[in-house]
Ligand binder design. Structure first.
Ligand SMILES: Cc1cc2nc3c(=O)[nH]c(=O)nc-3n(C[C@H](O)[C@H](O)[C@H](O)COP(=O)(O)O)c2cc1C
Length: 224
């Protein structure tokens, strides 16, 4: 697996590579569902979890994520029945991991959920930990960066940070599920957000009904 520096084998077995960062905003269930869908779509996921994200995982879904990157990789691999090296977790200072350099980083990164702290750091190019550095790399390489901030209300500082990132091409998708599809469960709300994320990632999905089309109940909870 992943050694202490963070270097890994370059596998061609997967459809695509993507970086998923999970930070300490509320909404860890979105991240888990997104990760599940990315695995189902045969993506290789380079996964970065902040320390605060671990606290939120425990608080919101009772998930105790191991702190070592290798143990966390194994945990998620077993949880989602992923292939070997399909989910690779990197620690916050593994500067030799692929996500830390434009020469190797996936062109696509999602921060879900995105805390206002990480939002601020990314908007200022801080690069003080691997999540911030990976986002900075995707921005400088002009790749696709999607942030899913969650806070309410948003302060002027949060809004200014979102605006400055949006102006340079970052997609801001606040965790704000709609209700027009008549959700019956929390899972329906989660799938609304994750479905929209998958749309932006160009990954075929049928976990949410589409506006203007009939919903087919048998399609629910099915990844296409
Ligand atoms: C249970 C819990 C829920 C939180 N919810 C939010 C939230 O919705 N939005 C937010 O910006 N911060 C939230 N925080 C605070 C962040 O976790 C905190 O600012 C942290 O420093 C963010 O660090 P990170 O960006 O490295 O993950 C929450 C913290 C906890 C423990």
């Amino acid at each position: 697996m992943n050694n202490q520096a963070g270097t890994i084998n370059n596998s061609r077995e997967f459809e695509q590579k993507i970086t998923l960062a999970i930070t300490g905003a509320s909404g860890s269930a979105y991240a888990l569902r997104l990760l599940e869908c990315l695995v189902a779509a045969n993506y290789q996921v380079f996964l970065l979890c902040s320390s605060a994200a671990r606290v939120v995982f425990d608080t919101e879904v009772g998930l105790k994520l191991p702190s070592s990157p290798d143990a966390a990789s194994q945990f998620f691999t077993e949880k989602f029945n992923a292939k070997p090296e399909q989910i690779v977790v990197f620690g916050k200072e593994q500067w030799f991991s692929p996500v830390a350099s434009g020469s190797a980083a996936p062109k696509t990164m999602v921060v879900c959920p995105c805390s206002t702290g990480t939002l601020a750091a990314i908007s200022q190019g801080m690069s003080d930990n691997l999540i911030e550095r990976a986002a900075d790399v995707v921005i400088k390489e002009r790749g696709q960066l999607i942030l899913v901030p969650r806070e309410t209300p948003f302060s002027t500082i949060h809004l200014q940070n979102m605006l400055s990132l949006s102006q340079i091409g970052v997609t801001i998708m606040p965790a704000a599920p709609g209700f027009y599809h008549q959700p019956e469960s929390i899972n329906d709300l989660i799938d609304f957000m994750v479905g929209r994320l998958l749309d932006h990632l160009n990954i075929a999905q049928s976990i949410m009904p589409r506006w203007g089309y009939q919903a087919f109940p048998s399609d629910k909870n099915k990844m296409s």
